[in-house]
Design a protein. Structure first.
Length: 357
């Protein structure tokens, strides 16, 4: 089969890690008889430099015409002082919204080989971490009405959290379906003791759970969830939550697995077109040095094969290669811990993974 993939290399370490993912995809293509065709797309800080805007119309069109999109990372200190609508992050929000990617899937897995990297007590780490954050991605306060004005206490600003039953239902369904394929446990996280939007969220989830009697469902308040994630992460299987809560909790979930450099993500909508990216950012401090960990991006490519192209065997081949390489003791600088071994470069780590494919 032939697949058209739009590549948003972006800023910082983005181009380096996308290179690694492309090498892995090409090897998989050879091995399984597929052809991946790539088109480069400008978005983020590099797009601001080249065109004056973070997400040129042409870039959106190319992504919409592709079978799938892979993104490295966008942003950096160079563009931090630009006004809100011209920041590189707008490219990300713009792409999610234009492609209608309402579901963000962020798995957080603690590899056996990396238990020593987990910042939690060893007894907690040993219980394991294998959870998925399902984050609503195109609604809520990140997209709600916002503005500035004059209030009773002077100059003020506001952002709005607003959710429709339709938005809650469709993200809830993705989470329930995902739980059915795993350990059949779903935790819905909200702030229903305070927020009206959370009360509607909870009511809607309760309606939905009637359709999935096999799933062990529970509600959890977001403050408690933030605490439970570090107290006993093994209690979680699939977690579903709003855009902002998911943004915050997925960073927390990634940290407890030892390295943000390992975690992939998928952003999905109603069609097979998805966007796949590492959950880490553009890491400007190490950009251009060739030392970034390519694993999160390589695993994102595996998620793309699985979710957008239904190529499960191919995806598993990549997942297994990464696990084996980590088990063999290979480490990039970010996951060195106390190891005395030499830290591998991006290219060296990529080569080891290619060897195992
Ligand atoms: C993420 C990022 C983005 C988000 C930013 C860069 C807009 O933090 O993907 O989690 O908040 O969604
Ligand atoms: Mg975030």
């Amino acid at each position: 089969m032939n697949y058209k993939i739009a590549l948003v290399r972006g800023d910082g370490i983005g181009p380096e890690i996308i290179d690694s993912a492309v090498k892995v995809l090409d090897r998989i293509g050879k091995k399984f008889g597929h052809q991946f065709m790539y088109t480069d797309v400008l978005a983020g800080g590099c797009a601001i430099d080249a065109t004056g805007e973070p997400l040129p119309e042409q870039s959106v069109e190319t992504c919409l015409k592709s079978d799938s999109v892979m993104l490295g990372a966008v942003g950096g200190p160079k563009w931090d002082t630009l006004p809100g609508h011209l920041r590189p992050e707008r490219a990300l929000l713009g792409l999610r919204s234009a492609m209608k990617l309402y579901a963000n899937i962020r798995p957080a897995v603690l590899y056996d080989a990396l238990v020593s990297e987990c910042p939690l007590r060893t007894s907690i780490a040993k219980e394991g971490i294998d959870l998925i954050v399902v984050r609503e991605l195109t609604g809520g306060i990140y997209y709600g009405e916002r503005g500035r004005g004059e209030g009773p206490m002077g100059r003020d600003a506001f952002d709005t959290e607003r959710y429709s039953v339709t938005e809650i239902e469709r993200i809830g369904r993705i989470a329930f379906e995902m739980a059915m394929k795993r350990r059949k446990k779903l935790t819905s996280i909200d702030k229903a003791n305070v927020l009206e939007s959370s009360r509607l969220w909870r009511e809607t989830m309760h309606e939905l759970k009637k359709e999935y009697p096999e799933v062990e469902y529970s509600d959890m308040l977001v403050d408690n969830a933030a605490m439970q994630l570090v107290r006993r992460p093994s209690q979680f299987d699939v977690v579903v939550t709003s855009n902002m809560f998911g943004d915050i909790l997925s960073d927390e979930a990634s940290m407890i697995t030892g390295s943000i450099g390992l975690l992939p993500s998928a952003s999905l909508g109603a069609s097979k077109l998805g966007m796949y990216e590492p959950i880490h950012g553009s890491a400007p401090d190490i950009a251009g040095k060739g030392i970034a960990n390519p694993i999160a991006t390589i695993l994102s490519a595996a998620m793309m094969l699985r979710f957008s192209f239904d190529l499960e065997a191919e995806a598993k081949c990549i997942d297994d290669a990464v696990s084996e390489v980590l088990r063999s003791g290979a480490r990039t600088a970010d996951i060195m811990g106390d190891s005395k071994a030499k830290a591998l470069s991006t290219d060296e780590m990529t080569a080891l993974i290619l060897n195992r494919l």
